[in-house]
Design a protein around this ligand. Structure first.
Ligand code: NDP
Length: 406
């Protein structure tokens, strides 16, 4: 890269109300010394934002504006990302760098990459780069990177919350209060204790292992399936049962929480066939990626009662069209894609994006643990957890979403 040339950075972030900054409910967020495995926190030379403030939306601009423009580069920030006339489509052909988020993904499909001759770097402000056609990025020699660890614990906390919300059937109980009722029999007719249940995770990476650790004090029986086995000491400490395949895991578990990346091996892993191997009355929590589950198979299993509940925060495509069937299916506890974008997480991924950009502009290597694709192949964290290929098919359907909040 010619580090003196002016770069055009196209940054796609989620919408906000325009009333910015909002009134914050807390003054500060905790300062963490390092991540659970010792990895250092994002370490840019400096930051131009206040940790704990809203940074992930268009007004927040990831706190990048001053840094980027002081260096003479151009920063374009938009939430208008879907459809042929969108700002993203219009600006992309001349962009050098794209920054996007899993929560509001600017899908970098093969067609879009083919129309972006200048594009050299795609940064995910978060974790999970499946919104990029990784095969096309490999073929076009685009570097793809993400801010590994930035929101892994945020997601683990959300997954634990949703497991408890499903098993205890929290949301309908809350709704009775809001409606003015005291209908205890109705409220508890689907409510159980999680204690003693078999709880399993699909993938025991950063998030999956954090979920297992957080579930241990609930006195449940813990299970996991992953391509690589955890160290014996970890299995022993947490009392884990390892499963050689996902079928074995789901057949014994009451609650299954999904934590693998979306790539060709995991796309539609939870289809009719796999769900039929689950016990009647099982629960699925999916905070990994919507497309790991077959959309309609989940709806069928909830409607038949084979699944007792489904929760998570990930959909396909995103934003989910207003008529996406998961919005209306029975016994769900879905959120929009929020788990990894708490105000706490935003401070980390904004700092991580700044660190990546500083490295890029200086011509210094981006940390290996942030890399997904580099030099025409999977690299770093990507080489460990992904397979080559493309899972963006169908993403154009995101253009059917219409914001109804205002
Ligand atoms: P990690 O890379 O730490 O963990 C991913 C794990 O998935 C690895 O242990 C990997 O195994 C395993 N895995 C990969 N493919 C398979 C497969 N076919 N079958 C079983 N296991 C598999 O990532 P994180 O835990 O930090 O994040 C996981 C995913 O969670 C992200 O890729 C993203 O999609 C999602 N996520 C969602 C967020 C949200 O806001 N909802 C935020 C952050 C992440 P191994 O490496 O051993 O081969």
């Amino acid at each position: 890269m010619d580090d003196k040339s002016k770069q055009k950075i196209l940054c796609v972030l989620y919408e906000d109300s325009g009333k910015y900054p909002p009134e914050y409910s807390r003054e500060t967020i905790p300062v963490l010394p390092h991540y659970p495995d010792g990895q250092t926190m994002p370490s840019p030379r400096s930051i131009d934002f206040t940790p704990g403030h809203l940074l992930g939306s268009v007004s927040g601009e990831l706190g990048l504006r001053r840094f980027v423009t002081d260096l003479g580069h151009e920063l374009i920030v938009t939430s208008d990302k879907d459809g042929p006339g969108s700002k993203f489509e219009r600006e992309l052909p001349s962009a050098d760098i794209v920054i996007s988020q899993p929560f509001w993904p600017a899908y970098l499909t093969a067609e879009r990459i083919a129309r972006s001759p200048n594009l050299k770097l795609a940064i995910t402000a978060g974790i999970g780069s499946d919104h990029v056609d990784l095969q096309s990025a490999i073929d076009a020699n685009i570097t793809v990177c993400e801010v590994t660890w930035c929101n892994s614990i945020s997601v683990a906390e959300h997954a634990v919350m949703q497991m408890l919300a499903l098993v205890r059937d929290y949301i309908p109980q809350y709704q009775w209060v809001v409606k003015g009722g005291w209908n205890i029999a109705d409220a508890v007719s689907r409510s159980y204790d999680i204690e003693g249940m078999n709880v399993g995770v699909v993938a025991a990476g950063r998030i999956g292992l954090a979920v297992l650790k957080r579930m241990k004090p609930f006195d449940v029986k813990l299970h996991y399936f992953d391509r690589h086995r955890l160290a014996p000491a970890v299995e022993e400490e947490l009392g884990l049962t390892f499963h050689e395949n996902v079928e074995s895991l789901v057949s014994v578990c009451d609650v299954v929480s999904i934590h693998c990346p979306l790539h060709p091996e995991t796309e539609h892993m939870f289809n009719d066939e796999l769900i039929s191997k689950m016990k009647r009355g099982s629960y699925i929590v999916n905070t990994a990626r919507g497309k790991i589950c077959d959309r309609d198979a989940i709806v069928r299993a909830l409607e038949s009662g084979h699944l007792a509940g489904y929760a998570g925060d990930v959909w396909f495509p995103q934003p989910a069209p207003n008529d996406h069937p998961w919005r209306a299916m029975p016994n769900h506890a879905m959120t929009p894609h929020t788990s990894g974008t708490s105000l706490s997480a935003q401070a980390r991924y904004a700092a991580g994006v700044r660190e990546i950009l500083e490295c890029w502009f200086d011509g210094r290597p981006i940390r290996d643990e942030y890399l997904i694709v580099q030099g025409g192949g999977l690299a770093g964290a990507g080489a460990h957890s992904y397979t080559e290929g493309n899972v963006t098919a169908g993403s154009a359907d995101a253009s059917r979403y219409k914001n109804r909040s205002g």
